[in-house]
Design a binder for this molecule. Structure first.
Ligand SMILES: Nc1ncnc2c1ncn2[C@@H]1O[C@H](COP(=O)(O)OP(=O)(O)OP(=O)(O)O)[C@@H](O)[C@H]1O
Ligand SMILES: [Mg+2]
Length: 496
């Protein structure tokens, strides 16, 4: 291909219509939680210790309400604020500090207009005067890229309460978004609007607590309305299995979470995380210690029930943004092709560790008992020790066994079958190649097998109900019993 050098003034000017561009940028994919996270990034980069969010989503179809994000960071000089309001800033290649959470020079503007039509920003740096500037999408539509000075009528009273106004030497920044046309919680029933708003607030708190958990652990306070957001640490209680540095800059640490039988039910559901076991297994990618990707296998593997205890922390420095294809919303990355083999290897090893932790259930599965009549109804196998041997017995009190006995015409035949089954356990074969047989035992069920298991669990619930258990209690027992307990999340919806 021949590339001809052209004169700098050559070409036909074809600038975008400002209103068309900003309207399109409103839809690049922010959700309210990711938009707020982007605004908080800026406060953290500016050294804030306290970030307060106040929010009042409109309950009518008219754009109204407000979102206020206020921080006590270093703030901006009047000139710096004017520069900060510029869409794109100095572009993504400007050199940044290693702890700078920004990249594109867009976040403050794009995240705000993803929520509403007006953005007012007030800021003061030490020894500098306060300055207030605003973008108004309706003004851009008429006047082009013209910012306005001072707050609009809706933002002014919201600012008056902040320390920047009440304390003349306070530093920090307030971002106010008004005319919220993208944050409606409205419903035809007022009680539903209230419920929608509560759900939105909870979702935002969960997301921010997850994304910024490392900063929160070090003392950052983020308040949402009257509540302080608590962090969710995906690695709390996890056991570190391995660490390594890829390409000199990417730090990888593989963890395995404890088996559910060794933690309380509350701890187990805390470990599952805001989006559940399926979503938070795999790679959790942090950039400058801020969580970008909260789980998933980066398209290298599929999620699996027995891999849910595997969590691999990847710490990226912000200088690798390009190589890892960070997106504007800071919600996704794509690993560079030259690092895929290493990630695959680390993923495989950690998945194996997770499966091994699942095997730990085997020890619980066969508790030692002095009698055949179990007091542990959830265990499928029991160990019956005698002075010189151990026999393995199927627990006759288990819901599966009960269901089997009740579904056959002659329960004695079922009992004969169980005894034969116990005698014919191919122990020799298992012992000859224990590693491979254990791996075979933790293979994920196919969708057909899972469907069959759900059907069977349903029958087991029915059996227990016929024995006088309430539906709730019967479901609980079945879902805590092997093998259903391992796939409880998938089986539960099919139970009743
Ligand atoms: N709360 C704040 N405190 C101090 N400076 C801020 C604050 N918010 C924004 N800035 C300044 O404004 C600039 C532009 O912010 P903006 O969020 O638009 O882009 P960015 O943070 O540089 O990159 P990104 O698009 O990745 O977020 C920042 O680089 C920072 O210098
Ligand atoms: Mg930013």
């Amino acid at each position: 291909m021949v590339v001809t050098q052209c004169n700098i003034s050559e070409g036909t000017e074809n600038a975008p219509h400002p209103f068309a561009l900003v309207e399109a940028m409103r839809s690049i994919g922010y959700t309210p939680p990711t938009a707020l996270a982007d605004l908080i990034d800026n406060g953290i980069t500016a050294g804030a210790k306290n970030i307060k969010i106040r929010m009042s989503p409109p309950r009518t179809s008219t754009p109204s309400g407000f979102v206020v994000v206020e921080d006590d960071g270093n703030g901006m000089s009047p000139e710096r604020l004017a520069e900060a309001m510029r869409w794109g800033g100095d572009g993504p290649d400007r050199p940044r500090r290693v702890d700078d959470l920004g990249r594109f020079g867009l976040g403050m503007k794009t995240a705000s207009i993803a929520l509403g039509r007006r953005l007012t920003v007030a800021s003061r740096a030490a020894g500098e005067p306060l300055r207030i500037l605003r973008w108004d999408l309706d003004h851009i539509a008429q006047a082009g890229w013209k910012m306005l000075d001072g707050p609009d009528a809706e933002a002014e009273p919201l600012m008056a309460r902040s320390a920047l106004f009440t304390e003349p030497t306070a530093t920090g920044t307030i971002v106010i978004v008004t005319y919220l046309d993208r944050l409606a919680v409205r419903s035809s029933l007022p009680s539903h609007s209230e419920r929608n708003e509560a759900a939105l607030t909870a979702k935002i708190a969960e997301h921010l607590g997850m994304v910024f958990h490392r900063f929160i652990a070090e003392g950052l306070k983020i308040r949402l309305g009257a509540s302080e957001i608590s962090g969710w640490d995906p690695f709390k209680n996890a056991v570190l299995k391995d660490t390594e540095k890829l390409g000199g800059a990417v730090e990888v640490a593989s963890y395995v979470l404890p088996h559910h039988s060794t933690v309380t039910t509350e701890e187990d559901s805390r470990m599952a995380g805001p989006s559940g076991w399926g979503a938070h297994q795999g790679f959790l990618v942090y950039r400058a210690r801020r969580l970008i990707v909260p789980g998933g296998w980066l398209r290298l593997f599929s999620p699996a029930e027995n891999c849910r205890l595997a969590r691999i922390r990847i710490d990226l420095p912000n200088m690798l943004d390009d190589g890892w294809k960070l997106n504007v919303m800071k919600s996704s990355v794509v690993p560079p092709s030259w690092q895929l083999a290493d990630l695959q290897r680390i993923g495989e090893a950690t998945r194996r560790e997770s499966m091994a932790m699942f095997n730990f259930r085997g020890e619980r599965q066969a508790p030692t008992t002095g009698s055949d009549d179990s007091s542990v109804p959830n265990a499928f196998w029991m160990q019956v020790p005698s002075p010189d041997a151990v026999r393995f017995r199927i627990n006759r009190a288990h819901a599966v066994v009960q269901t089997l006995k009740q579904s056959v015409r002659d329960p004695a035949v079922a009992e004969d079958f169980l005894r034969a089954f116990e005698r014919m356990l191919p122990l020799q074969a298992i012992l000859q190649d224990p590693k491979r047989t254990v791996n075979g035992a933790v293979d994920e069920p196919t969708p057909d097998e899972l469907r069959g298991m759900a059907e069977f669990a349903k029958k087991a619930v029915k059996t227990l109900r016929a024995q006088g258990y309430a539906t709730d209690a019967a479901c609980r027992i079945v879902l805590c019993s092997e093998p259903f307990a391992l796939y409880a999340e998938k089986i539960r919806p099919h139970l009743i």
